[in-house]
Design a binder for this molecule. Structure first.
Ligand SMILES: [Mg+2]
Length: 261
């Protein structure tokens, strides 16, 4: 896919304002880590910025607005970290989806839960000798963190992960990457973009917005290509708008609150 020209959100405010004002409703979907919360060395320490929580709460209260947080974290984890009831949550890149008070699990993901558990147990042993790795069992997926691992040892982490997955995964689990992480997921064609499309189908005609900072967010940017795909960061992205700093996300949310009437 050719890279579309990405423009600063700040320099596009007039055009975005018009689109928000003219939209019959607003579907605001957002990633968590690196978007609502600053990236932390220890992923367990990631905390939503209070102003972002407050602004999402305000959006939830507005008419014709739907808020959804879409994360690679387990659903229970991201829901607790955001701490707002009455909005939609997608965990594990959408394999878990909670909306209208009901949680659903992708059927293939449900079947592979035990395999993921076995792989995590085996990885605890296999990665024991490599410093700085951490394994997070997220029930239907798993994450191997290597942010604190010396650069020279990262290839060994990758090789070890691949060996364990190929030994125990039965060809039904695959590895993907992210920011200083390897993710192990059931081999099912499902991503953030698909879950965002599912949410958008509930609100036809509304303006869909997606904010995210990582490669796994690109599918969601494509899903809202007719709306507002907003990339947070300075790297390459196929989103249409860019917010360079995570700390500026609150300004964008605040604009949406102001413009949606
Ligand atoms: Mg992120």
């Amino acid at each position: 896919m050719p890279e579309t020209s990405i423009r600063p959100f700040d320099a596009s405010r007039a055009e975005i304002k018009t689109r928000v004002e003219n939209a019959p409703g607003l579907l605001l979907c957002t990633d968590f880590d690196g978007t609502l919360a600053p990236i932390e060395t220890d992923p367990a320490a990631a905390t939503i910025r209070p102003e972002n929580r407050e602004l999402l709460g305000m959006l939830r209260e507005m008419g014709d607005v739907r808020v959804a947080v879409v994360s690679g974290r387990a659903l229970s984890d991201v829901r607790e970290r955001v701490g707002i009831e009455g909005i939609a949550y997608a965990g594990n890149h959408g394999l878990e989806l909670r909306r209208r008070g009901e949680t659903k699990l992708h059927p293939i993901a449900r079947k592979q839960k035990e395999t993921i558990g076995r792989i995590c147990t085996a990885l605890e042993d296999a990665l024991d000798g490599i410093s700085g790795t951490a394994i997070e069992d997220k029930s239907v997926t798993a994450t191997v963190h290597y942010r604190n691992t010396p650069e020279a040892q990262v290839p060994s982490v990758r090789e070890t992960v691949d060996a364990v997955v190929s030994r125990l995964g039965g060809g039904r689990i695959h590895r993907t990457g992210g920011k200083k992480i390897f993710e192990l997921r059931p081999s099912v064609r499902w991503n953030k973009g698909m879950v965002v499309s599912l949410l958008a189908a509930d609100h036809e005609g509304w303006l869909p917005v997606y904010m995210g900072d990582d490669t796994t967010d690109e599918s969601a940017f494509r899903a809202v290509s007719n709306g507002l795909p907003i990339y947070v960061g300075t790297a390459k992205s196929n989103a249409r708008y860019r917010i360079p700093q995570q700390s500026d996300v609150a300004d964008c949310l605040s604009d949406l609150v102001e413009w949606h009437t």
